[in-house]
Design a protein around this ligand. Sequence first.
Ligand SMILES: [Zn+2]
Ligand SMILES: [Zn+2]
Ligand SMILES: [Zn+2]
Length: 211
Amino acid sequence: MKHLVLVILFSISCSVFAHNHQVQYDSLVEVYYTSAKKFMETKQYDSAHARFKELFKLKSIIPDEAAYYYGLNQFYRAKYKPAQQGFEKYIRLRGDKGALFDSSVYYIARSQCYEKGYVEEKQECTLCHGTSHSKIKCLKCKGVGKEYCSICSGSGVIISRGNMGDSYQKCYKCEGTGITLCSVCNGTTFQDGDCPQCKGKGFVLVRKECK
Ligand SMILES: [Zn+2]
Ligand SMILES: [Zn+2]
Ligand SMILES: [Zn+2]
């Protein structure tokens, strides 16, 4: 059963949707799509599902709304994960201007409630304000701002071997201290990195109670 679901998810993500363009649909597309919706009207959700499967298998362009109705049909079949997949696909195709946008958002929330008992909502990360990166403690120097000099390896002296014996010179880079500013943060102790609060996603998922 699990395998079957995966195959269907695969086919919906591989299908070619109209993407809000005016197109003349193949006659087979019309046949399967109309028949799927007819089955839904008479609450024959498994038969409708079989039609959607046929529809997604076609190599032709299919209407964006088919993603929504596929989701809705899966919702009625109590298959809440693929249901969400369908609604989310519709939203990706049409954005928030799509006629079925509000309805998709509603059913995604309902599906999550039935599946997990709570709704997850994306909220802009308060730390990075959605930019997904922020100043974090420098990873190279761990926030110290300094590192051992790369020329003298922290000894403060440069040794040059010659015929007359070794000569010792104060390191020109660190001026004999053995320590230089961190090469990553240049002594600021901070660097730009993935925001630690949202792990670089720009948003956090907030759990909400189901009404
Ligand atoms: Zn963030
Ligand atoms: Zn040095
Ligand atoms: Zn540093």
